[in-house]
Ligand binder design. Sequence first.
Ligand SMILES: [Fe+2]
Ligand SMILES: [Fe+2]
Length: 292
Amino acid sequence: MTQELQPDFTLEHIFDNMVELPTFPKVVQEALKMLDDPNVTIDELAEALKYDPSITANIIKMTNSAHYGLPQQVSSVETALALLGHNQIRQILMASASLPYLTRPLYGYDVTPDKLWAHSISTAIISEVVAEACGVDAGSEYFTAALLHDVGKIVLHIHVGGRLKEIATIASQEKITFPEAEWKVLGGDHAVIGSELLRIWEFPNDIVRAIRCHHDPDLYVQRKEYAVVAMSNFISSQLGIGVGSDAFMNRVSPGIMEALGFTRADYHRVVVQSIQKCVKAKDLFMLYQEVA
Ligand SMILES: [Fe+2]
Ligand SMILES: [Fe+2]
């Protein structure tokens, strides 16, 4: 290894400056807490959300996606919330609040806004299929972790954007994955950085850890819930949805099949169902266009 490739502990610099990033919308954090309270009514929830016009607009658009299969189109948050189940409301709140973050161009990763959003939302949709196939409760936590799993790339783009080309060059020259090249250059990867951001944003520990693990085979094989997110990311990349410069280098440990309890036949069935679900949800993929 040459001197220039020694980690320079840029990671500490990034952590120190992470607080400069915009925080996750408080209105959505509050709404998610309200959902946990059985005494809170849908009207109270809608009331809390209606002062954020961009989030309410996104909620209505997402609710009308074929993915949620409602019998009628909705035009108000009240109706949307009344027709959706709790898990669906959580998913839509998370996706509505995340849309502005996940539609940024990441030049070093060769990722345009449409690609980052497509990769994120498809990984979230696929996580429902993987979770169901391996018999874990397909609650909203996998969806959230899968949706935000690459949020660390945004942090890297902001803080060390100029060095991402260097990382890409090392990855292609040494035929290693992008996260492996990130470790070489920065002393950490976007999974570590993204999980730290979500910890600062006060997300639940399970979500923080699932994101932390998504490129670390020693960690993600230890819990089925973490393996769900890693596998969903892998399938999304293999399907070529929203791929950037690193996508086809993405690998998973053979141990992930055992962690999920999957046979080869299970895996193939999950891939087919993932394609079907993503095709059905194609209107969700187009939402990147709505962000100014
Ligand atoms: Fe990743
Ligand atoms: Fe990813």
